[in-house]
Write a protein that binds this ligand. Structure first.
Ligand code: SF4
Length: 430
């Protein structure tokens, strides 16, 4: 018999390692590293194992030498204060971390930029131009009868999508989830997860994904009952495209899924705009929705906090004392290339895999982050959902999940470090 009071396994843990934020994990806290023993996937297992140790021996460094947290924060404040235009980049943070970094950026008169903003601002542009008709993962799970994956397999980035939201045993409004039809638009994708539990293969439109705008134009032309002159657009017989259009029209609740990071960067807004055109056309006679999945590395945490604190999407500058939104001008890479910033502060509590740009003079990140160059200041921080509680917006924007504290550490949170730098900055300014 299990003694629950003495069990070292924590259940219903939310995972912060991709945008799905699965909240059904069981994590054993007994060992030196955290072990996922229920739910989860390879990425979650690796993330909890790698980050889920105490890291108590890790120390801040200034100029490559060990320094106290106070001294390191004071040095960051001094550098930020002296900078003509500091840039706060990375931003793989929970909600609380992002809130404090926004305070810091405001006090410093800096620019705020998430590591995925280069793609994200192009998605946002569609919302600004024509609006979105999108759904949530819960609606996919409970209603969808036809799911079209546009240029993505989802599972390469969010491996449990089909397990949790498509091939579920029961659904509230869809009587036979296992009978769902799955269509992939684009070649070179991992389509194995799209096979139904009873062995039905997914329908794959195999073409060069760089030609997605042509594929979506074909669909939209057929939806609009316009003539398509080619017998086989993108090498696929017109009759198959027509059959897909008929299936979309016949579906009770179709969902067109994309991950903006899987599109060619220059085509992101073009493709999403075309998906929205198809969704709008279908909604004249039936129900159809888009689902743009993202949210890895706190992308949604950053954009939600940024929006409610400034009224703008990501990539604003506080240099003039008020937030000024310019997603092209305020990109970190552009600011560095043009010599418009001399101080990049890389802040990333959730991601210890993506190396900061070489120009990052200050790095605030987990001690497991592999650095290609020693920055001028390094401050190790704890990870939300591993060492401390927090909140994490799921990639469909449908829910903010509470994160657990599973492993004690002496490392400060990114929020605490940002608040300490802000306090020092205000002291320097006084
Ligand atoms: S799919 Fe994503 S959120 Fe779910 S367990 Fe794996 S890494 Fe975590």
């Amino acid at each position: 018999m299990t003694n629950e009071a003495s069990s070292t396994v924590v259940t219903e843990v939310a995972c912060p390692f991709c945008g799905l934020a699965c909240d059904d994990l069981s994590v054993d806290t007994a060992g030196e590293a955290l072990a996922v023993v229920g739910g989860g996937c390879a990425k979650a297992q690796a993330g909890f194992a790698r980050l889920g140790v105490s890291h108590d021996g890790a120390s801040a460094r200034v100029g490559g030498q060990p320094a106290s947290l106070e001294a390191a924060c004071a040095e960051v404040a001094r550098r930020v204060k002296a900078s003509a235009q500091p840039v706060f980049a990375g931003m793989a943070l929970d909600v609380g971390g992002m809130r404090e970094v926004m305070e810091l950026a405001d006090a410093a008169g800096g620019v705020v930029d998430h590591l995925y903003s280069e793609i994200g601002w192009r998605s946002t542009r569609v919302v600004q131009d024509v609006g979105y008709v999108t759904t949530t993962l819960a609606e996919v799970k409970n209603r969808a009868d036809l799911i079209v994956l546009v240029g993505t397999d989802v599972v390469s980035k969010a491996s449990r999508f089909f397990e949790r939201y498509v091939w579920n045993d029961e659904a509230m409004f869809e009587p036979a989830p296992a009978a769902r039809r799955i269509v992939y638009l684009g070649g070179g994708l991992n389509t194995a997860a799209g096979q139904s539990p009873d062995g039905r293969a997914a329908d794959v439109f195999d073409f060069d994904r760089a030609r997605m705008p042509e594929a979506l134009s074909t669909l939209n032309a057929l939806l609009a009952k316009q003539p398509v002159s080619e017998a086989a657009p993108l090498g696929i017989e017109l009759a198959r495209w027509q059959a897909l259009v008929e299936a979309l029209r016949a579906a009770k609740y179709s969902v067109l899924v994309w991950m903006a990071g899987d599109f060619e960067p220059a085509q992101v807004d073009l493709n999403i705009n075309a998906i929205m055109s198809a969704v709008r056309a279908l909604n004249v006679t039936t129900r159809s929705n888009g689902l743009g999945l993202g949210g890895a590395d706190g992308e949604l945490n950053a954009s939600m906090v940024h929006a409610w604190q400034t009224g703008y999407p990501m990539r604003t500058s506080f240099a003039s004392g008020i937030p000024l939104y310019d997603p092209v001008h305020n990109g970190t890479a552009r600011l560095v290339e043009q010599g418009e910033t001399d101080t990049v502060v890389w802040i990333s509590a959730l991601n210890d895999k993506t190396p900061p740009p070489p120009e990052a003079k200050v790095v605030i990140a987990p001690p497991t982050l592999k650095l290609e160059h020693e920055p001028e200041v390094f401050i190790p921080v704890s990870t939300p959902g591993v060492h401390h509680v927090g909140h994490f917006f799921r990639g469909d924007k449908g829910a903010a999940l509470p994160l657990r504290a599973l492993r004690a550490t002496r490392l400060p949170s990114a929020a605490k470090v940002a608040a300490a730098i802000t306090a020092q900055l205000k002291e320097v300014s006084a």
